[in-house]
Design a protein around this ligand. Structure first.
Ligand code: CA
Length: 627
């Protein structure tokens, strides 16, 4: 995620809390501890890892002695920390542990004073061998608060500080999991195979809670989006419609109103400073050979925003807590992948351990890191198995391809030059040798933090169609932001609400319903149909998901590349010129040798490849070559 660099308006509650936090009383409570909480709230028998750390939070719990009587479970140790309201219990789990429930008892002076029913669940068959998302997928990114309101009854929920107000661009609008569930058919019929909703966990903040990146409970779906059970139902329904689900997770920070921020287990649970200290957002300092410690520390330890305390993942209790939390969600919900927020901001060593532990449980599961970096070299540093100087291996299968994104923001609009226009795409892809696995890069034209692409290219429908064709036929795992199919526009710097508008028709009583062709304008239907045709064609098409890529240096505003797998061959020609061009096919002989004709995927026309091909102005053609 990205934070705007404009000053933020603070809620009164957060201001008060910060005053207390930064005034030296580092474990100050603003709310009394009434609950008896254990996290993870349950676990599973038969996991790879034979250890389980239980975090117990209750008033003065540290003095109690934990006891378990269940075959296959031993208490290795119990650890008290600075705050007496916490107890960490380390369990050893036998390989042949049977599912079941038991009483986790807490004793004082030889008597049981508290008991918690803990469950070791049965794992779902095949859960360890699930397949994550791959280049065969195209991901639909949506913001749950802004997509569809399937249940107006949960718009305002007791205990939640922010109430709905659709008139505010940065307010809560009432979208929810029920709304997503209702429109899964729309997403899958468009041709998408995966869904990435922005974070769904509780964000009980006084303002701007809608985006989901200030989590206040790592084990609970925000009640305004739905319940944990509804999240499971959404995932089951998505799977039934051929859609994988990617969960958006945040480990760099949490929300200021997180229950453990209110009663910190220990000082180094988060990074603390004498006064509010913000990250310098200089991700370069992590890999910079000459970085000053002060800069690197400020990057890693400074807060993302005033309402987002920076977690210190070096703390072993916290590290275990976060790793187990991810495994818990994977096992519990059946998700197919994780999108990791702000990848370079947490300690990279911790994140490497995290990916290792997740993949030890689920070897074929995939994770994409949001590496918001400008250079190919820095981006590649964060992909699994990329070999660079310092031997770091993030373990992350996929990372966001911001260099290619940057290229697409200019390639279709600026004048052609040696390094400009189409050459921008060429120059980025020509650096793929830096990556261990370029086909696993997450490619996109925009997302929830960026200007809407339609706006970037000056509301130009033809440029939009060319760019979408490029995105869906070059290497990578494409991600498309909701509303792209409706030509939604908006600029990030105006305010984030501008790029996160409600999907028309998602709310009861909306005057326009863009989920249906009748509710869309002609232009919207044109881009919708273009996208649908490409997505449906790309689905299960191994020449795109697995085929090799060969491209030719763009000349005269024309960019040509080929995808090949066995006998299957696809030729993509982008002519961005404002006039028709004639392409001599002899230059491409090494690729089209042996193929006489081609089927044009978007128009259904059959064309001859001998001699010359006529290229319509400002159009991308997708040819399936035929012998
Ligand atoms: Ca709702």
């Amino acid at each position: 995620m990205k934070i705007s660099l404009r000053p933020h308006s603070l809620s009164f509650i957060s201001s008060l809390f910060l005053l207390i936090l930064f005034s030296g009383s580092l474990l100050a409570q603003t709310r009394p501890v009434n609950e008896f909480r254990i996290e993870p709230p349950f676990w599973w028998a038969g996991m790879q890892c034979s250890k389980l750390q239980l975090l117990v939070h209750a008033k003065d719990v540290s003095g109690l002695k934990a006891v378990v009587n269940y075959p296959g479970i031993t208490i290795q140790d119990q650890v008290s920390v600075e705050n007496p309201n916490y107890l960490f219990i380390n369990l050893l789990l036998d390989k042949d542990l049977k599912p079941g429930s038991f009483d986790l008892q807490f004793m004082a002076k030889g008597k049981v004073v508290r008991s918690y029913r803990y469950e070791m669940k049965q794992r779902v068959a095949g859960s360890a061998s699930r397949k994550g998302f791959t280049p065969s997928d195209v991901i639909y990114l949506l913001m749950p608060d802004r997509f569809a309101n399937g249940n107006p009854a949960n718009d305002s929920m007791p205990g939640m500080l922010e109430k709905p107000d659709r008139s505010k661009p940065l307010g809560r609008h009432g979208g929810d999991l029920a709304g997503i569930r209702k429109h899964l058919g729309y997403i899958s019929e468009l041709g998408f195979t995966a869904l990435w909703p922005n974070p769904v966990l509780e964000n009980n903040n006084a303002a701007q809670s809608y985006h989901g990146y200030a989590i206040t409970d790592f084990y609970k779906v925000d009640p305004r989006l739905g319940t944990n059970e509804e999240y499971l139902e959404l995932i089951a329904d998505a799977h039934a419609k051929g859609l994988k689900v990617i969960m958006d997770m945040v480990f760099n920070h949490c929300g200021i109103n997180h229950w453990f921020i209110n009663d910190l287990p220990m000082k180094n649970w988060i990074h603390q400073f004498p006064q509010y200290t913000r990250s310098n957002f200089r991700a370069e300092s992590v890999t910079d050979l000459y970085a000053a410690e002060a800069d690197r520390n400020r990057m890693l330890q400074g807060w993302f925003d005033r309402n987002m305390p920076d977690l210190d993942q070096r703390n072993p209790f916290l590290r275990e807590y976060l790793i187990q939390n991810s495994i818990w969600w994977i096992e519990y919900s059946g998700i197919d992948g994780i999108r990791l927020d702000t990848q370079p901001y947490p300690y990279k060593e911790m994140m490497a351990e995290w990916t290792k532990r997740v993949n030890a449980e689920y070897p074929d599961f995939t994770i994409v890191g949001e590496a918001w970096l400008q250079k190919e070299s820095m981006t590649s540093y964060y992909q699994k198995d990329t070999e660079l100087g310092d031997g770091y291996n993030s373990g992350l299968h996929s990372v966001t391809d911001f260099p290619l994104y940057n290229a697409t923001t200019r390639a279709f609009t600026e004048n052609e030059g040696w390094t400009e226009g189409m050459a921008r795409l060429y120059y980025v892809l020509a650096q793929d040798f830096l990556y261990a696995n370029p086909s696993y890069l997450l490619t996109f034209l925009d997302n929830h933090d960026l200007n809407r692409y339609y706006n970037t290219i000056g509301n130009d429908l033809k440029a939009m169609k060319m760019a979408l064709t490029f995105l869906l036929t070059t290497r990578g795992i494409p991600q498309i932001y909701y509303g792209t199919e409706l030509l939604m526009d908006g600029q990030e710097h105006v305010n984030h609400g501008e790029i996160r508008k409600d999907f028309p028709g998602g709310w009861p009583g909306d005057s326009i319903n863009a989920f249906t062709p009748q509710g869309r304008t002609n232009e919207q239907n044109e881009v919708f149909n273009h996208l649908q045709r490409l997505l449906q064609w790309r689905k299960d098409n191994e020449v795109i998901s697995q085929g090799s890529l060969k491209h030719f240096v763009p000349e005269d505003g024309v960019y040509v590349y080929f995808r090949t797998k066995g006998d299957q061959k696809v030729m993509v020609i982008i002519n961005r010129n404002p006039e028709q061009k004639v392409l001599k096919t002899s230059r491409y002989e090494e690729c089209i040798n042996g193929y006489a004709t081609a089927f044009e995927v978007l128009t259904g026309r059959l064309v001859s490849l001998s001699g010359e091909v006529v290229l319509p102005a400002r159009t991308a053609l997708v040819y399936e070559l035929k012998k």
